[in-house]
Unconditional design. Structure first.
Length: 239
């Protein structure tokens, strides 16, 4: 067993704020590589592989938010609102059109993942708790990280504060994802997906602490997603 406490009993490791910063940096590297370095393999592949860290971390933080929120309704509506705000910047930057009706941004995925997680966790009937989240999970297929993200979120909620379960679930989902990608996706996409195996490292060292909890910090992580996509799109117009 790994002891993450120091001599004074203080819990060491990575808190929630730092984990979110890691996710933001990984996501940004992924988008920068996708938009500006597609023809430079030495930059493109490492940056996009590192970018795979973002989704599992986001899902872990979503599960933590679900477990700790004082208002599930406000949490859901906040995610949904920023998903709507982010769609046009996402479509412009990633898809090259003002609004892509076939591909929705990851905040929509997280919104649906939260709904699926709530259904799974709050329904007590064994069969219904499996059946009722399925349509929500299926709907996420049309979003970035669809289907996979809700499964991550449910798994991390089941793991709770147990870092060993959290790490095992993360590795297990990565194995399944890459195995499926081998038969259903391009070689490039499969290689990039191997970055999912990096995510269990920061997730293992997550110490369960929220970190700095300020209103500015809270809104920063919501606003960053649409803002950085909008900025990257503007840069593509200038270069």
């Amino acid at each position: 067993m790994v002891d993450l406490t120091d001599s004074t009993g203080t819990i060491k490791g990575i808190d929630g704020t730092l984990l979110k910063i890691i996710a933001v940096m990984a996501m940004t590297s992924d988008h920068v590589a996708l938009l500006f370095f597609a023809d430079v393999a030495a930059v493109y592949f490492p940056a996009r592989i590192i970018g795979r860290i973002a989704a599992p971390i986001m899902c872990c933080m979503l599960a933590e938010g679900y477990r700790r929120t004082s208002s599930l309704k406000k949490y859901f509506l906040r995610l949904a609102a920023f998903a709507l705000i982010a769609q046009i910047p996402y479509s412009l930057a990633i898809r090259g059109t003002i609004f892509d009706y076939t591909d929705y941004n990851v905040l929509f995925t997280l919104t649906l993942a939260l709904a699926a997680l709530a259904l799974f966790d709050r329904i007590k009937n064994g069969a219904l708790k499996i059946i009722l989240p399925l349509p929500v999970i299926a709907l996420s297929y049309f979003c970035d990280w669809g289907v996979t993200a809700p499964l991550y979120a449910i798994a991390f909620c089941l793991a709770g504060d147990d870092r060993y379960k959290r790490t095992a679930f993360s590795i297990g989902i990565a194995i399944v994802y890459v195995a499926v990608a081998l038969f259903t996706r391009t070689a490039e996409a499969t290689i990039i997906s191997t970055g999912l195996f990096l995510a269990p490292i920061p997730l293992f060292f997550y110490n369960g602490r929220r970190g700095r909890n300020t209103k500015a910090g809270k809104w920063f992580f919501y606003c960053y997603y649409p803002a950085h996509l909008a900025l990257l799109y503007v840069i593509t117009l200038l270069v």
